[in-house]
Write a protein that binds this ligand. Sequence first.
Ligand code: G3I
Length: 333
Amino acid sequence: DDSLRARAAEVGRPFDVGTALAENPLLTDSRYRSLAGSQFSMLTPENAFKPQFLHPRRGVYDFRDADLLVRFARANDMKVHAHTLVWHEALPDWMRENDDPEEVRRTMLRHIATVAGHFKGRVAEWDVVNEPMSDDEKSYTNGDLGLRSEQSPWFEAMGEEYIDEAFRAAHRADPQARLFLNEYGVEEEGERWDALYDLVTRLKERGVPIDGVGFQNHEYAPGDRTDPETFRSHVRDLAELGVQARVSEMDVPVGEDEEDGRQIQADEMAGKLRVCLEEPNCTSFSTWGFTDRYGSTADTKIYPPRTADSLPWDAGLQPKPAYERLLDAFDEA
Ligand code: G3I
């Protein structure tokens, strides 16, 4: 059986290979649907689990699209990596409107209890907190410890504590689910990774129920290369803290020099998969979408895809070299 998920099943420990999926193409494109179901053992909902869609008005929840993805996963024997409970983006307006810290805190806790409670037993994992690190260089020296304050009602109301509270609430609502913190731009060396590592260290010291860290692995410019050995050392640092890791949202743009670009894409993806397979605390490898037909932001009726060439299958749903190289990485592990 020539599929990524068949190889993942032979790894000798629980290991999943996943993709982000969007409900629109699942409903309308049977080839998208059948590739998704046959190649991957795990799915991440691209947008359907975000508060903007699940919780449009205070106390009013709409689980229809999210439940559709959960049913698709069940029908195809896939796990759901649910994304995401607490983020500074994809919020309905009403969630930003209140600035009474105690109200904001109650809103967050109720949202988590309701949503994680709704999916209890039906999702394997949660991104409890998404992208908590700041993009503002000053945050490393101004006392924020590299944490994002910009546009985050959660940090504004609670400071770092929001992260502790979010994980504890998710654990109460679904004690079996594995709980992740998910971040971009932390695969390489630098202040951003250092600050994230320190954060996870503090969380563990405080007994916060965090199981793992997702490394998004978005790459931005065609031709860029990232060193898989740096990623490996970060995964090992987490292992020492008793924390798992995963590649959560990988995509790599090909660019105009298609022949070279596709080889670099294949190297980048296979390099990260290989490290993940070799490190026992790395539990899954996932791309952010799988076909250029919909771009790496597949739910594209409105949102323009960031790039149209960064995934392992092309717009005609034919595999690129990256697909073969991912299969090879499993064989070589
Ligand atoms: O469908 C609604 C429409 O009803 C509404 O009127 C319109 C108004 O803005 O928005 C439409 O929703 C858009 C949605 O995509 C679905 O198309 C949102 O505006 C748009 O912001 C949203 O973009 C998503 C983005 O996250 C923000 O939530 C992208 O599809 C999604 O791929 C992207 O995914 C993120 C991960 O969650 C976190 N890591 C980075 C990654 C992007 O690379």
